[in-house]
Design a protein around this ligand. Sequence first.
Ligand code: NAD
Ligand code: TDX
Length: 331
Amino acid sequence: MRVLVTGGAGFIGANFVHQTVRERPDVHVTVLDALTYAGDEASLSDVASAITFVRGDITDSPLVDRLVGEADVVIHFAAESHNDNSLSDPWPFVHTNVVGTFTLLEAVRRHGVRYHHISTDEVYGDLELDDPAKFTDQTPYNPSSPYSSTKASSDLLVRAWVRSFGVQGTISNCSNNYGPYQHVEKFIPRQITNLIDGVRPKLYGTGQNVRDWIHVEDHNTAVWAIVERGQIGRTYLIGADGEVDNKSVVETLLELMGQPADAYDLVSDRPGHDMRYAIDASTLRSELGWTPQYGSFRDGLAATIDWYRANEGWWRPRKDATEAKYATMGR
Ligand code: NAD
Ligand code: TDX
């Protein structure tokens, strides 16, 4: 099987490529990635000899057309992925998330190639802290940020291309991922690398916001389950019942890294900050037989801390520029 992975030099894509090379010798992976500030070819150095890497933009229609024509399946991870950036400069989000998805959909339509679309739970908006509900595939779309609205737009394009043009597509909406190779702009790696540098973690607002954490390896086993056994046209929600508030995440990191539990700072809140995400992944479990393997969030965080300690050469080059960008946002 020939798989075209867009965004394979980013966090989740790179982990997906590692997992695939490790566990599926019958699959040949081609990565298409523009290597934006968020992409790093070094994230694929361990598997470089086993894959084909193409540097290019998913809005480059002739390039996309050629690569899709050579693939059996397209798995579309590439995106502008960070909410804070989308608040200061939304255009790249429209370009990559909307125009890029359109470009891929037109190519899979021409070539009749199977397409899986990676998306986020943020398309559903947010939940109140005391709401017993979780997101399901019936929850109405209600995105809050330029990031989540462009992801929602891309999902709707997929649904239309499946219905109107018979594209063989599936969609997954996953909750917050953590694990190796995540950019230091994101919450958990930012705090781990701050602590390595002797800087106090920074919590937005009051730290009460809840995210539903899943280890990136579990996300990626779910993606394979959908690619292999998912029903065309369906949306699958991916989550591992991992709701934790941000303050508790920081307190656990502080404890695991030998600091007092209150050694963090509260900083100004993200505008429009979603309060809570929570995924009901029962369909994925019951229909596709998927189960997450990373049971303990605390153990997963400890392993992630070890990874950032052991791989300073990977994240260090991006740290100062990331913090400089945050300084301009007052966060
Ligand atoms: P990331 O920002 O770490 O990686 C994105 C990758 O896409 C980078 O390698 C970048 O170079 C590449 N890219 C960006 N624009 C491109 C373009 N125009 N052409 C080609 N390549 C381009 O993102 P991530 O966290 O790995 O997220 C991957 C996907 O998973 C995204 O679609 C995101 O919306 C989705 N998702 C992420 C999370 C999460 O917690 N990180 C949760 C749910 C869904
Ligand atoms: O320094 C910080 N302090 C802080 O309190 C940062 C960077 C974040 N936060 C908060 C904001 C969120 O409530 O932590 C939470 C997580 O923040 P992010 O890592 O920016 O993730 P989030 O905005 O929840 O979005 C993530 O999950 C869904 C990914 O970035 C998206 O790509 C994915 O779709």
